[in-house]
Design a protein around this ligand. Sequence first.
Ligand code: PMP
Length: 387
Amino acid sequence: MRINSDRKVWIDLIYLDNAATTKPCTEAVDAAVEAMTVNFGNPSSLHRAGLNAQLAVDEARKLIADSIGADNSSVYFTSGATESNNLALRGASAAYGKKCRKIVISAVEHASIDETASDLEKKDFEVIRVSPRDDGRFYAADFVNACDENTCLISMMLVNNETGYILPVKEVFNAIKRRFPHIITHCDCVQAYMKVPVKANALGADLISLSGHKIHGIKGVGVLYIKKGIRVIPVVTGGKQEKGIRSGTESVPLICAMGAAVKKLAPTINERFKRVSELKACLLGRLADIDGIAVNSPDDGSPYVVNISVIGRRSEIMLHFLESKEIYVSSGSACSKGQQSGVLGQFGISGKRADSAVRISMTAETTEDEIDALANALREGIEKVRG
Ligand code: PMP
């Protein structure tokens, strides 16, 4: 890997792992720098420096609230979506789980939901994991049938991080709210936010998790949207920041960076979706010319994530071959650190095909030339790499 003379930009790098993290945009970096240099006060301080920091945090809060069609007062900053997901599940189950001891989740959730649900299982909650049917698709009826009077919470993601599959969240939440109005609905929108429209009311979500670093913000900041009137018992207690829902001095630089990224991206969601859909079509076209590649993502999934299997070549081996060509992809969910998460198996992709899965995740800035380079490298890798 080479870095140019002012050490700011990687040269020759083809970065196709944007579902793991994105490069912060200039606007986000500038906002963070301003918050670290000029506007470095503690938002809780009573002097002007504190007030200015509070105003900056609230400006970011408004940008994010507006982007999901919510009220400013419903947006709570956290250290990232892992914490938002923990707060949603632990906080809502603590508030509503005294009598209702059942939690329903999809079987393809990110580890920050799945592991948290497993932990709640140890604390005597019953957790039902709803799987896709044999055709690899989720059906709203299966979620509704999994819920009952004893259910306190349902959590499902909007876009799956490994395959790009779009779950029928709106259909499920609206059906559940009709039959069981007492059930709290949570949606992990991390891989959907700023890529497809995410509107709290349309989704029927009481709680929504978002992450800064997946949208060209900076790592270490996220949001939990909490609909007005919904109770969440705090997980982190202390100085009562974020109205006591999440204590701890707000990370003003990271929050401002997330706000700046949203300001930049929110107006172009549809335009970028169209562009990335063209890129996905281009990628699939190039891959169709190569023997031994199977596509694991559905045609109607988010175009930002394309999961393929290079039959007979283990993921890590192919990943490192591509890396030797300065092309960065992922072998699955980045958060599982090389461990298979079982999510692909849920979608009917198992055994050797799952072992050879490669996730390509693009942005609107990805180019056709980069896709050509990837296709050529895959072709070469299939010839040169064994095992
Ligand atoms: N949910 C999903 C769907 C994700 O893809 C991720 C990040 N891999 C997370 C939650 C966790 O987000 P964060 O890195 O902000 O903790």
